[in-house]
Ligand binder design. Structure first.
Ligand code: NAD
Ligand code: LMR
Length: 328
């Protein structure tokens, strides 16, 4: 018997990430090749954006995806989020050259109070939310705080792009297949302060740290490369990353919904106090997923350098959080 369709809301559906994301959700890459989906797409009421959304919908129709059980266009989050089981909050202004992601806070924060409230009012009581729009951690925090009737643990921020970038740099450095890397972690904020940590990582059972054996490369090449990758893409393309961001969103939701088989992945999630991070801070942690739930990997030793990096990214996040108090 075929499964009942689930509802997937996507905001910013006519934007660049939306265009790289929707077709993959509709083809079953996110929730499984046996899971029908109804897409509930939100764009701003502006005529140009709504027209662009119509065009995207025509293209989705023209793909004749067998799993696509319905498509809806919306300009109001109160209708877009009705009964939704998954919500991918992508719609927000991207940064341009010379900006940091935190510079977007003033422009984007308001969106996430409105959308958090709408989710609180109309979404499925177990909706799983991924915030992609930057600054992703703080926007996810705002949405979570604006939705007091929903489980706080269901609000997450996208750190998966940083995780995938770190894996790819390690694969290039070691000459090993990217898919063979296990136990990689990215801690903290989706910003240059994030701490990509391969101290526990392995490739076919061998320690990545031993294989690389170059602490200077870690500190002076690897961490800045991963941390500043978004800016490097903006400098090269003139636009912020889109296909890799959509890919990371698919990875994040797929792993959360379908499980990781014990593999570590990184998710931005509200802290429950783990590793000394104050409760509710939306922090990148290594997790495993099973049965639709994530679990923080416990017992990782935090050495002095790691603690210094974690403190730095935490400070940035708590400062961002303080800066949005008036909205909550
Ligand atoms: P884009 O400008 O191409 O598209 C954004 C779309 O969102 C536009 O169509 C716009 O009309 C729409 N939008 C704006 N406000 C909205 C609202 N209130 N409700 C619904 N739709 C709204 O931008 P993009 O390249 O798709 O990037 C979207 C966001 O994702 C940016 O904030 C960007 O910085 C962020 N991003 C995050 C990551 C990450 O790893 N977390 C990676 C890449 C990009
Ligand atoms: C990225 O990491 O590519 C995105 O967050 C976009 C940006 O502004 O860097």
């Amino acid at each position: 018997m075929s499964k009942k369709p689930v509802r997937v809301a996507v905001t910013g559906a006519a934007g660049q990430i939306g265009y790289a994301l929707l077709f993959r959700i509709a083809s079953g890459e996110m929730l499984g090749k046996d899971q029908p989906v109804i897409l509930q797409l939100l764009e701003i009421p502006d005529e140009k954006a709504q027209n662009a959304l119509k065009g995207v919908i025509m293209e989705l129709e023209d793909c004749a995806f067998p799993l696509l059980a319905g498509i809806e266009a919306h300009s109001d989050p109160m209708t877009a989020f009705k009964d939704t089981d998954y919500a991918l909050l992508v719609g927000a202004r991207p940064r341009g050259p010379g900006m940091e992601r935190a510079d977007l806070l003033a422009a984007n924060a308001q969106i996430f109070t409105v959308q958090g409230k709408a989710l609180n009012a109309v979404a499925s009581r177990n909706v799983r939310v991924l915030v992609v729009g930057n600054p992703a951690n703080t926007n996810a925090y705002i949405a979570m705080k604006s939705a007091p009737d929903l489980p706080a643990k269901n609000f997450t921020a996208m750190l998966r792009l940083d995780h995938n970038r770190a894996a790819s740099q390690i694969a290039a450095k070691t000459g090993k297949a990217v898919g063979s890397i296990e136990k990689l972690a990215v801690w903290g904020n989706h910003s240059p302060t994030m701490y990509a940590d391969y101290r526990n990582a392995t490739i076919d059972g061998q320690s990545v740290k031993d294989l690389i054996n170059d602490e200077q490369w870690n500190r002076e090449v690897f961490l800045p490369t991963v941390g500043k990758r978004g800016a490097a893409i903006i400098a090269a393309r003139g636009l912020s990353s889109a296909a890799s961001a959509a890919n990371a969103a698919i990875d994040h939701m797929r792993d959360w919904a379908l499980g990781t088989n014990g593999k570590w992945v990184t998710m931005g999630i509200p802290s429950g106090g783990e590793y000394g991070i104050p409760k509710e801070v939306m922090f990148g942690y290594p997790v495993t997923c099973e049965g639709g739930e994530y679990k923080i990997v416990q017992g990782i030793e935090i050495d002095a350098f790691s603690q210094e990096c974690i403190n730095k990214t935490l400070k940035e996040l708590t400062d961002e959080q303080d800066g949005v108090k008036h909205l909550l």
